[in-house]
Design a protein around this ligand. Structure first.
Ligand SMILES: *Cc1c(COP(=O)(O)O)cnc(C)c1O
Length: 416
């Protein structure tokens, strides 16, 4: 039976060429020619915060690298305590949730995660999603209709930009963290339009923090709602790791948090008031028509939150490493000081970023080069991320290699 089915499939495989073949080839060639191709590699995690990389290119043989590219800021993703929490969750709840939360997919584990998030972050409702990408789409698609207006920070994450463009609302973008520009944009709008302002809490490529106080004053003044995506602030900022809202003491109308970064797992939640939560439960298609996250995962996320709340040493360690990093590199022209775990080092054009990234790889450190269109033209950079799993020694090894690279580079230029 099984074999017959396989044969059947093969016999009926479609092979005819059409316009898609050409479109795909053209797009791939253009990307390669611009040097913007992304190569997905397979990573293995070793002890001591190191990774090894399997690559089809034999020139870069497999060797251990210190990982300065992950969003696992608190070192939870491979923490034995969290791993065993997920295992306990599996024993208790099984594997998949087997249905949408709107059908029979919502378990006690999901429910207690929702309650925990609400209590921690100070909201009445938490709506769970399988990813931050889908949470952002769900929010903007459900909330906005064609009479509404969306205003976004120019550097907002691709998931927010794309959702905004696909939504029926009109959209404008204000200059990054520029509240005066936001004010101008809001003033131009009609008083009858519903307005939503969206910003990241901590910007993923720059590591800087949104001016939440001023943003919320502007929103108040113009009767706009404020939504904050705190994917990179949760766990890292605030005395209990509650993120930008805990740090600033300001509660936006809507808060999006994700669990794939400092929380060490995967998934996301939208925090909001009672009726907005009910509205999303009723109408958000990414919620209603998608299988709920595995209950064991929800159980593990709850455990990770307890660890984040109680293990302040992780944030203290991060602050310590951040200081070492700052002291070593603050005189470099591409250096940007941040109070988060994200440390951009602006290099200029794509090739310069790739050269530095390759140099660090030779020295046993993995730091991704981030290039346009992810960041603006001529702002290609290394996106260095620190984690509480790094040792002081590892951070010094990184900063010394960067300094060495710039000295070599300056010497070369001096000779020309
Ligand atoms: C990573 C990220 C997302 C997407 O979250 P996923 O859970 O990875 O889909 C959304 N917003 C921001 C700001 C992010 O950095």
């Amino acid at each position: 039976m099984f074999n017959r089915e396989k044969q059947f499939n093969r016999k009926h495989q479609l092979t005819s060429k059409n316009q898609f073949d050409e479109k795909i080839q053209t797009a791939l060639i253009a990307r390669r020619e611009k040097g913007l191709q992304r190569n997905t590699q397979v990573f293995s995690h070793l002890a001591d915060n190191q990774i090894s990389v399997s690559t089809s290119n034999s020139a870069t043989e497999s060797r251990p690298y210190i990982n300065f590219s992950s969003n696992d800021y608190l070192g939870l993703a491979r923490d034995p305590e969290l791993i065993s929490a997920w295992q306990q969750g599996l024993t208790q709840y099984g594997c998949g949730s087997s249905a949408s939360p709107a059908v029979t997919g919502l378990s006690m584990a999901h429910q207690s995660l929702q309650a925990k998030l609400c209590e921690w972050l100070g909201y009445s409702r938490a709506v769970l999603f399988n990813s931050g990408f889908s949470a952002n789409q769900a929010l903007l698609f459900t909330l906005l209709d064609k009479h509404d207006h969306l205003v976004q920070d120019k550097l907002n994450h691709a998931s927010l930009m794309e959702a905004g463009m696909l939504s029926p609302a009109s959209m404008s973008r204000f200059k990054h963290n520029d509240v005066n520009d936001l004010s101008r944009k809001l003033t131009e709008l009609s008083a009858t339009q519903a307005k939503l302002v969206v910003s990241e809490g901590v910007f993923s490529m720059d590591g800087d923090i949104a001016p939440l106080n001023e943003l919320s004053q502007q929103c108040q003044k113009h009767h706009a709602w404020l939504a904050i995506d705190d994917a990179h602030g949760l766990g890292v900022l605030g005395s209990s790791g509650g993120g930008i809202t805990e740090l600033s003491g300001i509660k936006p109308n809507i808060l999006i948090v994700t669990f794939g970064k400092a929380v060490g797992l995967s998934g996301a939640a939208i925090l909001c008031d009672e009726s907005t939560g009910e509205f999303l439960n009723q109408f958000a298609r990414h919620y209603v028509y998608s299988t709920a996250m595995p209950p064991a995962q929800a159980y593990a996320i709850s455990h990770a939150i307890t660890m984040i709340q109680q293990q302040a040493w992780r944030r203290e360690k991060l602050a310590e490493l951040s200081e070492i990093f700052h002291d070593s590199l603050s005189t470099l022209s591409g250096y940007r000081s941040t109070s988060t775990a994200i440390k951009p080092l602006i290099c200029g054009n794509s090739q310069q970023a790739i050269d530095l990234s390759n140099y660090l790889k030779q020295k046993g450190m993995w730091v991704g080069a981030i290039r346009p269109p992810t960041v603006p033209a001529n702002a290609a950079r290394l996106r260095i991320t620190l984690s509480s799993r790094h040792s002081q020694q590892q951070v010094l090894q990184l900063t010394q290699a960067i300094i060495q690279y710039y000295q070599l580079d300056a010497n070369l230029r001096g000779q020309n």
